[in-house]
Design a protein around this ligand. Structure first.
Ligand SMILES: Nc1ncnc2c1ncn2[C@@H]1O[C@H](COP(=O)(O)OP(=O)(O)O)[C@@H](O)[C@H]1O
Ligand SMILES: [Mg+2]
Length: 399
């Protein structure tokens, strides 16, 4: 069930924003407005976030992510468009009503989570409840629970500066969880952390999410983070959402060259699963193996297949079976029923998928994407780009 919906949101900063939004709607271009000193930060953005979902908004610095997020909780008023949370149109609420929704149902976790240095970890975690006017005993009980959930049991009486960066960020998460808000808005919440600590906090969030099932909008400029956390990912560019889909959708069918070049460094073998690339069982049935076995039925195919894997099995685990047999790997669903087949050619084709259809077959995407868009991405300041843990790919991209 969808809990949060934004429809045709626009945010324009500068003179006569409504006029500018109307012009954008009529097809005017962002650069045209910029030349007049007006910034179109978000243009015609529509999203739908389901209950219990982690919805990631990803894009380079300046693409409009934070502006979009601030409109979702009413901190910024949209120039045009609507935001609905639990069916309630936030754009129509009075300031007072909005503040109430914000303090009771929505929590924000920022990148640089400001902890009060002279308050204990417990008092920091209880801060959101204090603002809501929750009595001390109850807020301490709830903050204690939230700290336990985020793995900080035993640190309640410590001071913030006794905690590592990752632990401090978890206090921030605990503060958001303690309020019982159903909607968490997280703006680059993990971006300031070292890579290892960051992975740790990501795991923590995924683990918590299994039981808490919050509705989360998570902003990041890091594609790998987006792929790890996102049930759904929206890719933003220059104020517009250019694609919304699962990590697999974005990798397998990028909406355009920009998205394709953005995703070129992702390790597909770990993100993509057998279920995302499998062919129908029917494509195998009726064939005969080189040693003369007829694959007439699903059972015969399963018996001849080099391996049977689940739909969620990452591709990295398919290489070995695919290399040992000409019969495709069998894929089964959660009930163990046969639902598909992955042949070696398909596996290789997906991993070497060219970014544009005219590119030479077999040439990896990163080489094929070395056009204007790729060059543009390369020019971004290093700290704003997706974390690049495979510098050798950059060399290929620039070649
Ligand atoms: N209050 C503001 N006034 C004017 N321009 C703004 C304001 N806030 C953001 N912008 C501009 O809007 C664009 C999008 O910014 P932002 O939403 O912060 O992007 P991101 O979070 O993706 O880095 C940028 O060009 C930024 O300079
Ligand atoms: Mg931002």
């Amino acid at each position: 069930m969808s809990r949060l919906q934004a429809e045709h949101l626009y945010k324009v900063f500068g003179r006569r924003p409504e006029d500018a939004a109307a012009r954008l709607e009529a097809g005017a271009d962002r650069d045209e407005l910029r030349a007049e000193g007006t910034t179109a930060a978000v243009i015609d953005a529509s999203i739908e976030v389901d209950e219990g979902q982690i919805f990631v908004v990803m894009g380079l610095s300046g693409s409009g992510k934070s502006t979009l997020l601030r409109m979702l909780n009413g901190l910024l008023e949209p120039t045009a468009g609507t935001v609905r949370f639990d069916g309630q149109d936030l754009t129509s609420l009075s300031d007072k009503e909005l503040r109430k929704v914000r303090s009771e149902k929505i929590s924000m976790v920022f990148q640089h989570f400001a902890l009060f240095p002279h308050r204990s970890v417990l008092e920091n975690a209880a801060y959101g409840l204090e603002v809501q006017g929750v009595p001390r005993a109850e807020r301490e009980r709830r903050a204690t629970e939230a700290l336990e959930l985020t793995g900080l049991k035993g640190w309640e009486k410590s001071w913030p500066d006794e905690l590592s960066g990752g632990m401090q960020q978890r206090v921030g998460l605990a503060r958001a969880l303690a309020t019982n808000a159903d909607l968490l808005l997280m703006d680059e919440s993990f971006s300031a952390l070292d890579p290892l600590i960051r992975r740790d906090v990501q795991d923590q969030l995924l683990e918590l999410q299994k039981t808490l099932k919050k509705t989360i909008v998570f902003i990041t400029h890091d594609l790998n983070e987006a792929m790890r956390l996102g049930d759904k990912i929206a890719v933003m560019r220059d104020g517009r959402i250019v694609q919304i889909g699962s990590a697999e959708d974005i990798l397998v069918t990028p909406a355009n060259d920009y998205v394709a070049s953005f995703t070129q460094d992702v390790d597909r073998t770990r993100v993509l699963t057998a279920g995302a690339i499998m062919a129908e069982v029917g494509t195998v049935l009726g064939s005969t193996t080189p040693d003369g076995k007829k694959l007439g039925t699903g059972a015969e195919f399963r018996a001849a297949a080099p391996a049977t894997v689940g739909v969620d099995t990452p591709l990295v685990e398919l290489f070995t079976p695919c290399s040992t047999s000409t019969v495709p790997v069998a894929v089964t669903d959660a009930n163990g029923d046969l639902v598909g087949a992955v042949a070696a050619e398909r596996l290789l084709a997906v991993l070497g998928e060219p970014a544009d259809q005219d590119a030479t077959p077999g040439v990896p995407a990163q080489a094929a994407a070395a056009d204007g868009t790729a060059a543009r991405l390369d020019k971004k300041p290093a700290e704003d780009g997706p974390v690049d843990d495979k510098p050798e790919d950059k060399v290929i991209a620039g070649a």
